[in-house]
Design a protein around this ligand. Structure first.
Ligand code: PMP
Length: 308
């Protein structure tokens, strides 16, 4: 691996120390597929697209979920929350990043002693979709309703962020690409709308924002939690309730929310265009406010940010 490593990750943190990412090697006998992880982002303060000091978004919420995922999957967590935060900080500082940075703590049971875990924290820079006039935001995104159902609680725990769950997403993404779509929306085992393949889903109808509940087999998204909190500030009530496929077809706007995709508008579902304008005005307003929160420009939501 080159010095810059995968995705431009020069250094990572592994089992207690920062090391070059290319030297963070494990045995091929390791059970990485049984692991869990988190996807977290640190944004530049004051200007989401610029350079400068970094804030980690939703650190406490992500770390709570990591601990819950570990408990649900019976994986030992050998560090404290504070130690993990210091590991992330040390890693970002060693990489000398002063731009938006993705952080992905990973844990898996040691092959030789499953009661103990390996812990690795790779970090790498990313480009945001957000920001005024960013062409990535308004790119068209044609979605289909997947023929694959979202994993349900009687098969795998959907609320835990484990690698195994992503095999489900991979099948839906591959089907969507095969059928000529950009991505897919999952229904749950009952036939109600669940979520996207890598993000939660929200739809807009008559000035209300509606999103499926945790019982619709979604991953309990950190971003969704934040959106539910701040969207009413913009004057739009949020309803958390089951959504039918037909309601989604008939929505005025729909978008995904998640750490990776941030706030991603959807153009159509099964070739049915949503609303009359793309991206929808409420989605655009929500995305703009979210980028201000991430940049630390909204005082009320500074508690969502942890300085690096
Ligand atoms: N659902 C799935 C399946 C995901 O992979 C993600 C991304 N982590 C989300 C929802 C959004 O979760 P979060 O906002 O915590 O990133």
């Amino acid at each position: 691996m080159s010095a810059a490593g995968f995705h431009g990750s020069k250094y990572c943190w592994m089992n207690g120390s920062v090391m070059p990412t290319g030297e963070a090697l494990v045995s091929p006998m390791e059970s990485i597929h049984l692991g869990i992880f988190e996807g977290i982002k640190a944004y530049v303060m004051g200007d989401v697209l610029g350079k400068g000091d970094l804030n980690i978004f939703g650190w406490e919420q992500h770390i709570e979920r990591l601990w819950r995922s570990a408990a649900v999957n019976g994986i030992a967590m050998p560090y404290t929350r504070e130690e993990l935060l210091e590991a992330v900080r040390a890693c970002i500082i060693r990489n000398d990043y002063d731009k938006n940075t993705y952080i992905q703590p990973r844990l898996w049971p040691k092959a030789e002693k499953p009661s103990e875990s390996h812990v690795v924290v790779p970090v790498w820079p990313f480009d945001t979709l957000l920001g005024k006039d960013n062409p990535s935001f308004s790119k068209e995104r044609r979605f289909m309703v997947s023929s694959w159902r979202r994993i349900s609680s009687d098969a795998l725990p959907p609320q835990a962020k484990s690698w195994a769950n992503y095999a489900n997403s991979m099948h839906a993404i591959r089907e969507a690409k095969r059928c000529g779509y950009d991505n897919a929306v999952f229904l749950d085992s009952r036939g109600f709308v669940s979520e996207g393949t890598l993000a939660c889903l929200m739809m807009v109808r008559d000035g209300k924002v509606i999103t499926p509940p945790v019982t619709a087999s979604i991953l309990e998204s950190v971003t969704r939690g934040c959106f539910i909190e701040f969207i009413p500030d913009l004057g739009y009530p949020v309803e958390v309730r089951d959504v039918t496929r037909v309601e989604l077809y008939a929505s005025d706007e729909a978008f995904l929310c998640g750490t990776g995709g941030e706030c991603t508008p959807i153009t159509s579902i099964d070739d049915i265009k949503l609303g009359t304008k793309y991206p929808g005005s409420i989605t655009t307003e929500i995305a703009a406010y979210y980028s201000e929160i991430l940049a630390g420009n909204i005082k009320k939501y500074k508690n969502w940010l942890t300085p690096v």
